[in-house]
Design a protein around this ligand. Structure first.
Ligand code: ADP
Length: 414
């Protein structure tokens, strides 16, 4: 154990490098403790403040493994919040404490019972440094470094180094904690999405079925003259709104399936041209409303092994986007085969996508338009890209702002 570090700048820069190498909370704490014990302490303890202001001993490290059992007993002693010469005081004030040499008096103040005092003596603890772990102006914990070498006492200059290490460690711990919290929040959001979309889907399916049944009954009424036209219109509108809601819920469900890694691809042989031709009638109402058209030249013979329902979903997404953002201009769909790759290009002459937005529109919930102008959740492209990539393919965009966009799907044929 060198205790004295010759090149402090090198030590601190290496410490920073090691500390920034992981975002895992527990491994960050253990890296700090190992680092301290390898260079200038016989024991290292890290206490982290919980939400109630209690210090929890989360990491301990010891240099001399033969003292491990005994040291463990000391590590397990709960710190005394009233002790003015140890961790709680540092956590309260944010000021470090240096105990150059343990005295009988310090021992009395530091430990509440004779058993503890006996243990500290037995372990030969000699000199202590307590430094705060701080980040964003807040104290998050305390780093304790101990020497049990009777010939070595920490000095003020050692304390400065410990403070430097502690301040780097505080930032690393905070970063790892924020990352862990963000991961937890994402997990909770995904869980919520999954439960909420399942729960919403059940009543909606029944509403949709009932509306369709009601419409069928009206259409099969013997005397059509008595059927009020506005009621039919209302039911039709409700059916189309329910379908829209069902598509949105499906998108949310897809997101949770993808996030949890449960996206399954069930491949079967399918003809890409027929697959696209089959979904085009779904857009007839939208085309009528927008007074535009889709230009699609059939090209049979591009046959591959794909999940037809999922690829339908991708095509449907891209076509409805081309219509939604297409300024009511015609949309063209072309098909080609390049070696082992089937290529679909969906081109519109709409609003286009600015260069700086083209990278992030494939991310979850990311949009390059104002929600007031264009409705949407910002998940269609994310889901589409995941599906295409799960097939080993690629989904890309080439676009010119205010001129139009071409989305290309490349799918491996075998
Ligand atoms: P949504 O359409 O619900 O926002 P998407 O994930 O399908 O979700 O699209 C993400 C964003 O990409 C859109 O909000 C829009 O900004 C942009 N975008 C997608 N397709 C086009 C297109 N054909 N033309 C212009 N912008 C598009």
């Amino acid at each position: 154990m060198p205790y004295k570090i010759k090149d402090k700048i090198k030590f601190l820069s290496e410490a920073s490098k090691i500390l920034s190498s992981s975002l895992d909370y527990n491994s960050t704490l253990s890296v700090i403790a190992k680092l301290a014990v390898s260079q200038f302490a016989d024991y290292c303890m890290i206490d982290i403040l919980d939400a109630k202001g209690k210090l929890l001993r989360v990491t301990t490290q010891i240099d001399d493994k033969s003292l491990h059992k005994l040291a463990q007993k000391m590590f397990d002693f709960p710190s005394d919040p009233k002790n003015k010469q140890a961790v709680y005081e540092v956590a309260k004030t944010g000021n470090s404490i240096l105990v150059e040499t343990i005295s009988e008096e310090w021992l009395k103040g530091a430990s509440r019972n004779p058993e503890e005092r006996k243990l500290i003596k037995k372990l030969g603890l000699h000199s202590f440094m307590f430094t705060p772990l701080k980040s964003r102006q807040t104290i998050i914990g305390v780093l304790t470094l101990v020497s049990n070498n009777p010939k070595f006492s920490y000095t003020k200059s050692d304390l400065l180094l410990a403070e430097e290490l502690s301040s780097r460690a505080g930032i690393a711990v905070d970063k790892a904690r924020l990352y862990m919290e963000a991961q937890d929040a994402v997990r909770m959001r995904d869980e919520f999405l999954s439960i909420a979309s399942h729960e919403l889907k059940t009543p909606l399916t029944s509403i949709l079925l009932n509306l369709q049944l009601a419409l069928m009954k009206i259409h099969s009424a013997t005397n059509q003259k008595t059927v009020p036209k506005d009621v039919v219109k209302l039911i039709e509108t409700n059916i189309s709104q329910s379908r829209r809601m069902s598509r949105l819920i499906n998108d949310l469900l897809n997101i949770s399936v993808i996030s949890s890694g449960r996206l399954e691809i069930e491949k079967e042989e399918c003809d890409l041209s027929s697959l696209i031709a089959d979904i085009l009638p779904r857009f007839s109402k939208s085309l009528k409303r927008r007074k535009t058209k889709i230009v699609f030249k059939k090209k049979p013979g591009i046959i591959g092994n794909w999940d037809s329902l999922r690829i339908e979903q991708v095509m449907s997404n891209l076509i409805s986007n081309a219509l939604k953002y297409g300024n009511n201009k015609p949309v063209s769909i072309s098909l080609s085969k390049l070696g082992n790759i089937a290529k679909v290009e969906i081109h519109d002459e709409g609003i286009g996508i600015a260069k700086q937005d083209q990278g992030f529109i494939f991310e979850r919930f990311k949009r390059a338009v104002a929600s007031k102008e264009y409705k949407g959740l910002g998940v269609g492209l994310y889901i589409s890209r995941q599906i295409v990539e799960a097939h080993g393919g690629k989904l890309k965009v080439v676009s010119q702002y205010k001129k139009g966009s071409t989305f290309t799907v490349d799918l491996p044929i075998k």
